[in-house]
Write a protein that binds this ligand. Sequence first.
Ligand code: GLN
Length: 291
Amino acid sequence: MTNLQIKNKFQKELSGLYPKEEISSFFYLLAEEYLQIRRVDIALDPDKKVSEQDQNKFLSALSRLMEEEPVQYIIGVSYFYDLPFKVNNKVLIPRPETEQLVDWIIKISKTKNEKVKILDIGTGSGCIAVSLAKNLPETEVWALDISENAISIAKENAKINQTDIHFIKTDILTTKNIVERFDVIVSNPPYVRELEKEKMKNNVLKFEPELALFVEDEDPLLFYKKIADFAKDHLIAGGELFFEINQYQAENTLKMLKNKGFQNIELRKDIFGNDRMIRAVYSTSAKGIAD
Ligand code: GLN
C-alpha cells in the first residue's frame, strides 16, 4: 500500500468513531513514529510505497484505534509542557488542564529566589514532577506513587528529560515514614466519582488506569483530606499546597481546606472554563486545627 492508501483506509475504517480531523492527526502521528516522516512529506509523496513491515504496524494501530485505545498508548508517547513522556496503560495520559497547574506553580516559584523543595503526590507518568524539575532547575523535586509500575515509568521519564527526582513508592493514605519538609506540595489525585462514569468516553474507561482516576461516590475528597493533613505536617510555614480538582467538588474542596486552617486559598478555572485547580497557603496557626 502507499501512504495515501493507508491514510484513506484509516478515514474509511474509523469514520464512525472519530471526527475526520482527528483521524488525520492519528495517521500523521503514526507516520511520524513508524516512518519518521512529517505531514508535508506525505503530501509531497502520496504514492510512495510503504514496506510490508511498516504497513503491518499501521494496520495493527488501526485495529487498536477501532477499539478506542488512545493513540498515545499506541505510540507510547505523550507530550506535556513541551516535553516527551513515555506512557502506557499503567499511567494516565497527561492532560492539558494539568499543564496549567504546572504553569501556575512555575510562575509562582520563579518569583521566589530561594531554592525550593517540591513534592508531587500520585505522580503517575511523572509529568508534573519532571516538568517542574526541568523548568525550575534550582528546585529539589520529590515524587511519590502507590504503583510500582507508575514509579518505573516516571523514573524513565525523569531520565528521558534529564532531570533528577527522588522517588518514593508509598500509599499516601497510610504512609508514615516521610520525614522531609517541603516548600510546595502538589497533587492531581484520583477525583472522578463512580457516578460520573456514564459521562466518560470509552477511550478513558476502557484503557486508562482506574486506580489513578476513581474515588467512591461517598467520599470524593478522600485523597484531598489526607493530602491536606499530610501537608500540615510536611510543609514549611508559608508553604503552598496545589491541587488539581474535580470541577463539581470545588466548593467542598475550598471549604475543607479552609476548615483545616489553610489561608489565601485561590481557585482557578481550566482552559475549558471548569473549576480545576486550587492553591492554598499553610501557616503555622493552622497547626492546631484538627479538622
Ligand atoms: N482529568 C482526568 C479525566 O479527565 C481525571 C484525573 C484525575 O482523576 N486526577 O479523566
